[in-house]
Design a protein around this ligand. Structure first.
Ligand code: SF4
Ligand code: SF4
Length: 241
């Protein structure tokens, strides 16, 4: 008898939940029939999703084939090979470019260490995580698939579910970090321009709003000219690649 009472109590909880507000969304992966909802939840600004390989404003590729991203990857899922640029028709500024670039998404844990390690901001992550595969080959993204198109936006592959506006924030991480965690660099641009976007504006820092506003206005940098000079130097070198 006690068992029956427990069952009834359990089903009562289930029944009660039927009339409460749902916490799940109506997401159908782009497969909704006419009249059916198909909504994605808004994502946080710094979400780590599918990677992209970025290009400079003149169309040149940022990757120099240095393999730092592959070396730092804890899941060992990046395969890079560099090659010498053709002096008459270079792929990237400088001597080398990423000739082979592959990421195995069966292994990637989206930790973003590759993004942090990259010296040229070539590899960043978009916010897309709605992608799946039916075979192992499709799970290995190649350079052609990762490289942004001529408009600077990620290529949208048939098995990916992109929605309007999702291809815009491919470098959110750059606006969130400051070198070595030094808050005095918050709000200071230290990255180069991107194809299709130009030089992205910095977002305010991770401290309180009032402090952010002061830092963005340069108040603290003015108080310490040495730091300001260092920051300016880094800014200009980043802009010059
Ligand atoms: S996000 Fe992390 S696991 Fe994925 S490729 Fe980059 S370093 Fe490797
Ligand atoms: S993506 Fe960055 S770290 Fe990786 S090989 Fe290219 S330049 Fe080096």
């Amino acid at each position: 008898m006690a068992e029956l009472t427990d069952y009834i109590k359990g089903f009562a909880v289930t029944f009660k939940k039927l009339f409460e507000e749902r916490v799940t969304g109506d997401y159908r992966g782009g497969m909704a029939k006419a009249g059916q909802p198909d909504e994605k939840r808004p994502k946080v600004e710094r979400l780590h999703g599918r990677h992209v390989l970025n290009r400079y404003e003149d169309g040149m590729e940022k990757c120099i084939g240095c393999e730092l991203c592959a070396g730092v990857c804890p899941a060992k899922c990046i395969h890079v090979r560099g090659a010498d640029n053709d002096p008459d028709n270079p792929t990237s500024p400088g001597e080398r470019f990423g000739y082979v670039y592959e990421i195995n998404y069966l292994r990637c844990i989206h930790c973003d260490l590759c993004v942090e390690a990259c010296p040229t901001q070539a590899i960043t992550e978009s916010k897309l995580f709605e992608f799946s595969f039916t075979n192992r080959d499709d799970a290995i993204y190649t350079r052609d698939e990762l490289l942004v198109g001529d408009d600077g936006k990620p290529r949208q592959l048939p098995w990916e579910d992109w929605r309007e506006g999702e291809d815009e924030m491919t470098s959110g991480w750059m606006r969130a970090t400051s070198p070595s965690g030094d808050h005095r660099y918050e709000g200071i641009v230290q990255w180069s321009g991107e194809l299709g976007y130009g030089v992205r504006a910095p977002e305010l820092g991770q401290s309180a709003d009032a402090a952010d506003a002061a830092i963005a206005a340069g108040a603290e940098l003015d108080a310490d000219p040495a730091v300001g000079a260092d920051a300016d130097a880094e800014t200009s070198s980043g802009g010059d690649r």
